[in-house]
Structure formats: structure tokens, C-alpha cells
Design a protein around this ligand. Sequence first.
Ligand SMILES: Cc1cc2nc3c(=O)[nH]c(=O)nc-3n(C[C@H](O)[C@H](O)[C@H](O)COP(=O)(O)OP(=O)(O)OC[C@H]3O[C@@H](n4cnc5c(N)ncnc54)[C@H](O)[C@@H]3O)c2cc1C
Length: 378
Amino acid sequence: MQRIIIVGSGLAGYTLLKEIRKRDASTPVTLITADDGAFYSKPNLSNALTAGKSAAALASASAEKMAADLEATVLTGTRVESIDTQGQRIRTDCGELAYDKLVLALGADPFAHGLSGSGAADALAVNDLADYAAFRRAIDGRMRIAVLGGGLIGCEFANDLAQAGYAVDVVHLGAWPLERLLPVEAGQRLADSLAALGVTWHFGRTGKSVERTADGYRVTLDNGETVAADVVLSAIGLRPRTQLAQAAGIPVGRGIKTDRLLETGAANVYAMGDCAEVEGLNLPYVQPLMVQARALAATLTGTPTPVVYPAMPVMVKTPAHPVAVLPPRIGAAGGWKVECGDTGICALHLDGAGRLQGFALTGSETSRRNTLAKDIAA
Ligand SMILES: Cc1cc2nc3c(=O)[nH]c(=O)nc-3n(C[C@H](O)[C@H](O)[C@H](O)COP(=O)(O)OP(=O)(O)OC[C@H]3O[C@@H](n4cnc5c(N)ncnc54)[C@H](O)[C@@H]3O)c2cc1C
């Protein structure tokens, strides 16, 4: 009987385990994770204040419960340190294990913020439940939060914090939020809606240094402007965790490179979720990893199944002005056709023949996302 090892207890690792168990109750599966293995849905981290949930309340099941429910071995607090792809063995900080099939669901690391100054080491990033618990402790009883980065995660935290009564400054290099996904009109509408909630924007700027002061921190921007804050949250992006694969000689690009079967350059080693680059695409969102988990579970249980993505719009959880976006392929020809209404914006990315290639919808227009997604080929 073959032995499957999954590394990672995020949505990717656990969703794969659940999908395997739907198909096969008996193959031994061991899931190894460096963290405590509690099951939680990561997207909830950036709207938990509004939802009235503590970090502890976001964990819906312990590792022990997951192991019992899914009839698997879950090794928590265990870090995989190296992979011997020839011998099909992994070395962990608790010993060695042999595998027949190995799945890397390692996630991504926050970018290093590169700040200097006496308070730089105190800047926080939130990428898992433990980070979030630390963030909630840090903001407890404080008021002023400086958020570095106005991408998806920065905007969602800004909305959640401002809604909860915090004074929020967002420092963002782009000229409008989510500028790589949204045309200017849509980004500006989101920025205005968050500003109406009390968010102060610093566009075209980066944070340079953070100094401790008598009552908190002083963040100095690249133009010399300063922002006073009690807590600094860095949300400038994530980098797929590729080091383990790279050290094992497995080809990596932005993520761990795989084919459509999610197999890496090493036989019997697979990658999925935020760490994976599937035929050149690294899609660090929930829906792609769900599609990957279903396909890989079929493959691992004897039915080789390539990943085929449907059109997958991403919802930005900014209740002040929600956004649904399905970006066109990188390098797609054509341009945005933007219609601005009082309650929302509909931006369609059309090619020269008028064919829909992507869209960005805001406010009331987000209700059209599923209909429009059907018009875009998988
Ligand atoms: C605040 C926030 C909000 C988000 N909101 C949305 C949203 O609204 N919609 C959406 O689609 N996406 C959203 N995302 C993205 C989405 O949450 C991620 O794509 C998804 O959770 C990634 O899951 P994962 O399992 O690949 O990675 P992770 O959840 O990061 O899990 C990685 C796992 O690997 C383990 N690990 C890593 N290295 C090792 C090692 N060497 N040994 C052992 N274990 C190891 C870690 O301990 C962890 O258990 C959001 C992300 C964030 C941070």
C-alpha cells in the first residue's frame, strides 16, 4: 500500500486530505506541519474584527480532531528540512520518513519589509493564525495603525480596522489600490470609499524607516513625510515558499514548478496551493487550490487528472465598497471599457474583436461576476 505524505496544514494541505478521503478511506496519509495544525480559513483573518471573532475563535478544529475525522496521522510542530527525491525520503526536525507520493503545500512567506530604524523589528505581518493572534494582542487598546501596502490584503485589513474604529493610514507604492488588478476608475472608487470610512491614503509612497517614540512609532516615508502609529502592519505581498524544493534540486520559478498533474520536476513529488506554479501560473487564492485539490486527489488515488481551471473571479472583502476581479491573462491584447455608475463600476477588458477577457466590478456591479465569468473560456 502506498504512503502519501502531505506537507502543510493550510487550506491546500487539508483540502487535499479531505478530497483524498472522499475517494479512498484506507490509504495511509501523513500530514506534517510546522505549525499547530489547527484548521482555519485564512481569508477570515482580514475580516475577523467586523465578524466579532478572536484569533482562537477562527480555528474551527484542532489537529487532533482533523486527524480523527480524516483518519490520517497529523504531525504538528514538525518542520521538513530536506527531501531526498532519489531515495523518496524526507528529513524533519523529528526524524526521517519514507514516501511513495509527497505533496508540498507549503504556502508563501510575507515579503521582507526592508524597513530600517529602532522600531523596524516590531512591524507585524499577518499570514497565519499565530500571526493574527499576535496582531490582535498588539492592537488591543491602541488606536493608530499604519498599513504598508494597498493590495488585496492591505485593503481588507484597512477596511476591517477602520470599520472597527481604528485610525488607519495606508502607505501604497501604486497610484491607486490594487493597481495591478484594477483600472484607475475602479481603484479610485475603492480608495474613496475607504477614505469615507476614515482611511488616510499615502499613494506613490513606500515606508523607509520606523522609529520608536515615546507614544508608539514614527514611520518615515520615502518623501520624508511621517506617519504616527501605535502598530505597523506590513502587507506588501507574499513570496511562494520554494527553498525546500530548490535545495532538493526541484525546478522552481516564482513558485515550485509543476505540470497540470501538479507533479514537480521530481518523480512522485507534487506541489499545490500558494507555493505552486502550475504551468507558469502562481494563483495564490482559495478557488484555484480547491480545483487543484480535487484533481490531485483523483491522481493520487489512481485516476490521473490534470488541473483545468474555470474562470475564477477573486472577491476583495472590502464591505465599504466590494470588488470582484478576474484579471485578463498577462500580456492580453485589448483594453478596459469602463462604465461608472453611482453605486458601482463595471470595467470589462475586451480584445480587439470585443471578446471579454477579464473584468473588474465594484460596489453593486459585483453581482454580475458569475454571469460575466461564464462568458470567459476556462
Ligand atoms: C489575510 C489574507 C486574506 C486572504 N483573503 C483571501 C480571499 O478573500 N479569497 C481568496 O481566494 N484568497 C485569500 N487569501 C489567500 C488564501 O488565503 C491563500 O491562497 C491560501 O490560504 C493558501 O493556502 P496554503 O495551504 O497554500 O498555504 P498556507 O495556509 O500558508 O499553509 C502553508 C502550510 O505549510 C506549512 N509549512 C511551510 N513550510 C513547512 C515546512 N518546511 N515543514 C512543515 N510545514 C511547513 C505551514 O506551517 C502551513 O501549515 C488571503 C490571504 C491572506 C493572508
